[in-house]
Design a protein around this ligand. Sequence first.
Ligand code: ADP
Length: 451
Amino acid sequence: MLFSLAIAILLWVFQITLLNSFYKTIKYNEIKNTALDIAEHLYDENAPEFLQAITKNDGIDMMITDDEGTLLASMTSVYSVFFNNLTADVCVGIYEQTQSSGGEYLQWVESTSERDTYEEIIYVMTTSGDDPLLIILNARVTPVDSTVTTLKIQLWCVTAVMLILSLILAFTLSRRIAKPLININEGAKEIAKSNYNVQFIPHGSKEIRELSNTLNYATQELSKVEELRRELLANVSHDLRTPLTMISGYAEVMRDIPGENSPENLQVIIDEAERLNNLVSDLLELSKLEAGKIEYKIKKVNITKSIEEILTRYDKLIDFNFSFYHGKDVYVMGDELKISQVIYNLVNNAINYTGEDKAVTLTQIIDGNNVKIEITDSGEGIPQDKIKDIWDRYYKVDKSHKSAIVGTGIGLSIVKKVLDVHSGTYGVVSTLGKGSTFWFTLPLIEEEEII
Ligand code: ADP
């Protein structure tokens, strides 16, 4: 509305108020240029035709004398009272006066004839030098009053139409944009108060609908994180409590009951303490990774050898059948410790979740410029709808599963973070009841780069 009003005011100012002065300025410039032309061409061969043309085409009467009032040329209508009164003496007077006031004189005169009242412009110009001239021009000016009246009527119409249109526009915009935005704002405030039950109803313009959908998605994700956070708190306290209960229980037994101070019982305490240690370092590791505080020591890593070394750590688990299929040793660039952790976490999961045959198979495949490592188990598998969630931190598929009690749900999110930093890809193929194959790829170093 304000914008329309501003435009209307501008139109009124320019078209009505300033029209007259614009018109006069233009007329003044026109007549001045004519005078300059005359001064320049007065002594030309075709000067008479030139002067005639000015009078005929532009309707300008003229009188040209020298500084002594001697008439050089005159093109005036016989009825011109103004020019008829200009005697030689008067002309000398006009010349001197004009010369002393800068060589130029302009006057607007209102005249009346038998039929109408009209405006006239009288322009006087003098030149000095060898051939001093006095040029007096007189022209009738078309009155702008009638034009102004027409414009006024038009402008009233334009102003009214503009105001109505802007009213309609303001109304539509507020309905389609402002109102939904106010609703969204209210919803966003609720989210800030951790109330994730808000629903953003997508209506209004396309952008607003998109914003509502995005906010709905964000709310959904936030509530998931909130739920996971709550679960983690419960999990962690549970996970911490189980080994602690074991430790204190065994320690008390060993203190109170003679003969219970056996190496086996001590081993239980050591194992449980180690489990606690692992849990705490996993949590620390992830928070460091997420805060981007880890410095990677990038160097050439023999990934085939790393896998073999990790598998030797599991030598003690004689129940398990480990197989590692690979060709020649291959190298990648990366942080050896972090890459080992990826393999370790995946193998650990395979051990935790594998089936009765306790088989865990690793395969190394060269895939173009990448090496692909697959870790396969024969466990229960992962339901398809859960596969995308397992990479989220703290996520556990089946909280009642025996192995889930051991895990914290952060192993795979560490894998994901490390592989992202190493420009690797990862995924899992799983069949329920048959097992899962977790895989990841890393870019290989070119042969010639291997020293
Ligand atoms: P956790 O410490 O609980 O194993 P992870 O982040 O490593 O945490 O794994 C997340 C979840 O993914 C696990 O809780 C489990 O439900 C599922 N998962 C991971 N590896 C396997 C696997 N090899 N077979 C079946 N489920 C798996």
